[in-house]
Design a protein around this ligand. Structure first.
Ligand code: ATP
Ligand code: NI
Length: 344
């Protein structure tokens, strides 16, 4: 294996631009920035054990050209939210609300339209190389699959992929294309996945737990890689992660999710948090003194009349149990949006 194991980027990533990549799913020319807006998005799973509401009325705009992090404890609904953007929830999931993208509601897209959107408009950098790369198929074939909807000759697709891999730090893309996943280090596999996610030049990239299980050096390389693939403000990136320091280093905006709801969003979420839950999350980090929060998130079948965090909140007031806090902008942090009566 001769591909370079050192990640370095020589030049900004050049888009793999074809005429069809500049149009939306219906073939219309894109003019406005393609923001992604969630409007009261809710996802319910009706299971034999009872209903589970994994996403509970999330409203939020992901601004194109920015990196937006979604953080929160395990099971709070981050991945389900990500899958709903890609139309990849299982058929038994009941999804309500709207996801606006380029004048259409993605929730009303037919599967055929979603297939065109995936990869081309919203690319996915999946969580784990072990689960996402096929061990018995050469990497080149898997990379070519990411360009299945491009009407280019195979040789052009290959040279386009070689350029992209080169920009992602592989010095011998041609030999990489013939290699198998097991011949690569974890960091290199991550870069191959990133190449797959951006190959079709999507306007958006979704990365779910991109640093999970990586050592510190590979984590830093991944952060660099994600910055590189979103450079030039040509793309938007949504990063789902447990890794608060990584999110703080990478993201322009961070949203905090709790029991399927967005409790705080803004550019200062992880530096000067407003919501008591965000403060608690940060205080539980080892570098911040490792003070774990009392209690556990509620079971997702629970329906709340008040604030979902109220039972654990050190600042809870009587009305927090009975009324849902509106989204407010704190006076001394007007760029943050916070669902908490402390700021209402
Ligand atoms: N396909 C599914 N069928 C039924 N329930 C599901 C399904 N996918 C997720 N859930 C449930 O929805 C809730 C939210 O799950 P999700 O995977 O979005 O959490 P998460 O925030 O991504 O957690 P983690 O950080 O551990 O990845 C969980 O209670 C989970 O069990
Ligand atoms: Ni997840």
């Amino acid at each position: 294996m001769t591909a370079s194991s050192h990640f370095h980027t020589k030049e900004p990533i050049q888009p793999v631009m074809t005429p069809e990549a500049a149009t939306d799913a219906h073939g219309e020319a894109a003019t406005d920035p393609p923001h992604l807006t969630l409007d009261a998005l809710a996802v319910d799973f009706h299971l034999a054990t009872g209903p589970v509401r994994a996403v509970n009325g999330a409203s939020l705009t992901f601004h194109h050209g920015t990196i937006h992090g979604i953080v929160g404890e395990s099971g709070c609904g981050k991945s389900v939210l990500g899958l709903s953007l890609l139309g990849l929830l299982p058929p038994y999931a009941a999804v309500t609300g709207r996801i606006h993208y380029r004048g259409q509601n993605l929730l009303q897209c037919r599967e055929r339209d979603f297939r065109r959107l995936r990869g081309r408009s919203i690319g996915l950098i999946p969580q784990s190389p072990q689960d996402s790369l096929n061990p018995v198929v050469p990497l080149g074939r898997q990379l070519l699959d990411a360009l299945w909807h491009h009407a280019l000759p195979r040789s052009e697709k290959q040279s386009l992929l070689c350029r992209l891999l080169n920009q992602l730090g592989f010095s011998s893309p041609a030999s990489l294309m013939q290699a198998y996943a097991f011949q690569l280090s974890g960091g290199m596999q991550q870069r191959v996945l990133a190449a797959m996610g951006v190959a079709a030049d999507p306007a958006w990239i979704l990365a779910d737990e991109p640093t999970k299980g990586l050592d510190q050096i590979s984590k830093e390389q991944t952060v660099q890689l994600l910055k590189t693939v979103t450079a030039q403000s040509r793309r938007g990136l949504i990063v789902i992660t447990h890794d608060l320091p990584m999110a703080a280093a990478l993201c322009d905006q961070v949203s905090v999710m709790y029991a399927g709801e967005m409790l705080e969003t803004g550019p200062h979420t992880l530096t000067t948090p407003c919501h008591p839950y965000t403060r608690g999350l940060l205080a539980s980090l080892p570098e911040k003194g490792f003070q774990p929060m009392a209690g556990k998130p509620p079971a997702l079948g629970t329906r709340f009349t008040g604030c979902a965090f109220s039972s654990r909140c050190p600042a809870a007031m009587a009305r927090c149990q009975t009324q849902k806090p509106p989204e407010s902008r704190p006076k001394d942090a007007p760029r943050q949006k916070v669902r908490c009566f402390l700021y209402a």
